[in-house]
Ligand binder design. Structure first.
Ligand code: 4AD
Ligand code: MG
Length: 482
């Protein structure tokens, strides 16, 4: 009896659930003309005339807003409150629009309703209609998603992650959750943030000067992860194919448009790879072409490219045309090309075998030599972390960096060193990493993987130069507003 009553309550509460259609949903499936339609959103612009006002309403569901035609039936005091930025609910009829540029508009006549849900002082509102600089919008990061560009970027991230999930599912990969708090610095670059417990005497105070707790919370130093790779490798030795799209943290001091202190990385690891490092490049290329190919012509990407350079955009479209495979070249060949170019180009750093490629070298390879994406493979071992598989020449490792125009390094990946003895020699005495060697000792299988900066991907496909505009609330050295 009790059970039956519980079941019927659950059924009732589920059936009560409802959300009004978004503007995107309304425009995709417009209701019949005599249907009463309610739209909620924010006023993006409003033009008031004697007997009628025209307002563009946006709810952020798509790049397009909806024009509402408000026939005058309200007093002036009420109309004065209909300002840019105000939150409103309008009830009227969705009708075919006589104007160009929109298929439908919302007609709110004397039978309709206009409700102001949140007023907005248009004089003080920081998001004015005039062009606002990225620097200004970073200062108003809590409100900047009200601009067309930032809203489009947020939706592009959403579309990308949905397509990525679809692609990996189609290839038999399992989406896995790996820890954010970790004891290792996967990249060994010393850029990890260390965690400290807040002083319990002064919980709200910044930890500066406060005495440290007597012991580490985890009985050992803890860090925010710089990469999920090592934990994914552990899962790949059991689940075979795994990936994650997760936050990573790096105490990067370089204040470039390509580095954030908190960024998202798409990382994949799979066991039993085929065709060595070229096979890893091929998988990365197929993923990018399939995922980005469906998004690159979207309305949101158009919004982001609005003021972009057309020839740059064409080069990008060519890269996703599926016609030609992306170029692969070894690090050694890349250095050779750079040496030749160095005689006539003004490189600040002389390209030399055994030294890292500088950002000017990476740019030249992608933008001038190849004019598109390029996989540079088989770097000298000392330039790369311990986990990359040693090549037979014993000088280089089976790895790649994918360099793309105007961004530089987008992806880094490799075949992983699965031979316990080789790995042990390379790792030396890395305390706390015995578990990583265990993975090789107990059924160690060949495996490979990569990591792709999610903000850099958004930057590349949208032409947005600085990755601070490719994530909703960016953090970098000296800056964390909310
Ligand atoms: O080249 P990275 O450091 O490689 C790794 O962390 C590997 N463990 C990944 C793996 O194989 N699973 O970082 C991978 C990518 C870079 O190519 C770049 O796109 C991005 O992550 N990245 C950053 N993006 C924004 N801000 C930063 N500070 C970044 N550092 C790296
Ligand atoms: Mg790298």
């Amino acid at each position: 009896m009790v059970l039956r009553r519980l079941a019927s309550t659950a059924a009732t509460s589920a059936s009560k659930f409802s959300l009004a259609p978004t503007i995107k949903q309304l425009l995709e499936r417009p209701p019949t003309a005599d249907h009463v339609t309610t739209v909620s959103g924010w006023i993006k612009s409003i033009r008031k005339q004697k007997n009628v006002s025209f307002a563009v309403i946006t709810d952020g569901s798509s790049a397009k807003g909806l024009q509402a035609v408000l026939l005058k039936g309200k007093d002036d005091e009420f109309l004065r409150k209909l300002t840019n930025g105000a939150a409103v609910r309008l009830t009227g009829q969705l009708v075919t629009s006589p104007g160009s540029g929109q298929s439908h508009e919302l007609l709110v006549d004397q039978h309709g309703e206009v409700a102001i849900l949140g007023e907005c002082d248009s004089e003080a509102y920081p998001i004015q209609k005039k062009d606002l600089t990225p620097e200004y919008l970073r200062e108003h990061v809590h409100l900047r998603a009200r601009t067309a560009q930032i809203a489009a970027m947020v939706r592009v991230r959403d579309s990308l992650s949905r397509q990525i999930d679809k692609w990996f599912a189609s290839q038999g990969f399992c989406y896995a959750n790996t820890p954010i708090i970790t004891g290792n610095d996967a990249e060994g670059a010393g850029e990890a943030f260390r965690l400290a417990q807040v002083d319990t005497q002064h919980p709200a105070a910044a930890p500066t000067g406060a005495p440290l707790p007597p012991s580490e919370f985890f009985s050992r130093p803890a860090f925010l992860t710089v990469s999920h790779q090592l934990h994914l490798e552990a899962l790949a030795t059991a689940i075979s194919r795994v990936y994650t799209l997760s936050p990573c943290f790096r105490a990067e001091r370089s204040l470039t448009g390509r580095h954030l202190a908190e960024f998202w990385m798409l990382e994949a690891e799979w066991a039993f790879p085929q065709n060595g490092v070229h096979g890893v490049c091929d998988l990365t290329e197929a993923l990018l072409k399939d995922v980005v190919g469906g998004i690159i012509g979207s309305e949101d990407i158009d919004v982001l490219w609005k003021d972009g350079d057309d020839s740059r955009r064409q080069i990008l479209l060519d890269a996703f045309s599926h016609k030609t495979p992306w170029t692969k070249m070894s690090y050694t060949d890349a250095i050779r090309e750079l040496e030749v170019a160095g005689t006539s180009s003004q490189f600040e750093f002389t390209p030399t075998w055994g030294h890292s490629l500088q950002s000017e070298h990476e740019k030249w390879l992608a933008e001038k030599l190849v004019c598109g994406p390029v996989f540079v493979t088989d770097y000298p071992a000392p330039l790369k972390p311990f986990y990359m598989r040693a090549n037979d020449d014993s000088h280089t490792v089976a790895c790649f960096d994918l360099l793309v125009p105007h961004v530089g390094e987008l992806v880094g990946g490799s075949v992983r060193e699965e031979r316990a003895d080789v790995l042990e020699k390379k790792m030396g005495n890395l305390a706390g990493s015995e578990w990583y060697l265990d993975l090789r000792k107990y059924g160690g299988a060949p495996h490979a993987g990569f990591g792709m900066g999610f903000e850099r991907l958004v930057s590349w496909i949208s032409g947005v130069e600085n990755i601070r505009e490719c994530t909703p609330m960016p953090r970098w050295a000296g800056r964390m507003l909310l």
